[in-house]
Design a protein. Structure first.
Length: 216
């Protein structure tokens, strides 16, 4: 018996369209941008620096992110985000010193659930989880050769991470939303100067979200 793959493909395509169409009919796409602060304690590396003269780690760093969010069914959403997380550390002494500028560029995909209905409530809460791939860049500037390190070094490290998060939104207008996002980012430690550098921590961002597309 000869199987007509062309007809089977058409049937599969029609079934897919019939299945997806109700979902697309109530889909919404959002674009948002936000900026804020982070708290990355860098525990082991902080302990190492505390043993040196005039050491300093910025307790609070700055960050920002942009993202697309897709509400594909009722209260279910998926998202794609990227951004930058910035942190600084330094020490100085009689034998020299060093400054580090640490930048993390995460690319994340995630899922979250919305509690509430935007047609009935101006305030909405979302809770979800991001999976990220983090591009880490550490720019080191030393005052002298310390422990075999070059006066200027540049480190590039990549790490996977996960991040549970919560989003609070307030509808300003039909297509404009005020957004606040709290996230705990977790990733494996990296190594700097033979010390563990823990870059897990909290980010808090505030920004605006625009509704790009609304099929409902």
């Amino acid at each position: 018996m000869k199987i007509n793959l062309s007809n089977i493909s058409k049937i599969i395509f029609i079934l897919c369209v019939l299945t997806i169409s109700p979902l697309l009919a109530q889909s919404k796409i959002y674009l948002y941008g936000a900026g804020g602060v982070n708290y990355l304690p860098m525990k082991s590396f902080s302990h190492f620096l505390n043993g040196l003269t005039n050491s300093k780690i910025d307790e609070i760093g700055f960050n920002g992110e942009i993202g697309l969010r897709y509400n594909f069914l009722n209260n279910h959403n998926v998202g794609l985000t990227t951004g930058i997380i910035n942190k600084n550390a330094s020490f100085s002494g009689g034998f020299g010193g060093a400054n580090w500028n640490i930048r993390i560029f995460p690319i994340s995909i995630g899922y979250d659930f919305t509690f509430g209905n935007e047609k009935e409530n101006k305030f909405l809460t979302n809770v979800g989880l991001n999976l990220s791939y983090n591009f880490i860049q550490i720019d080191e500037k030393s005052y002298s050769d310390i422990g075999g390190h070059n006066p200027n070094d540049f480190y590039k490290i990549n790490k996977f991470g996960i991040a549970p998060y919560a989003i609070l939104t307030y509808k300003l207008y039909d297509n404009l939303i005020l957004l606040g996002k709290f996230e705990y980012r977790f990733m494996d430690d990296v190594e700097l100067w033979s010390q563990e550098l823990n870059l897990s921590g909290i980010t808090l961002n505030v920004g605006l979200q625009i509704k790009l597309f609304n099929a409902s």
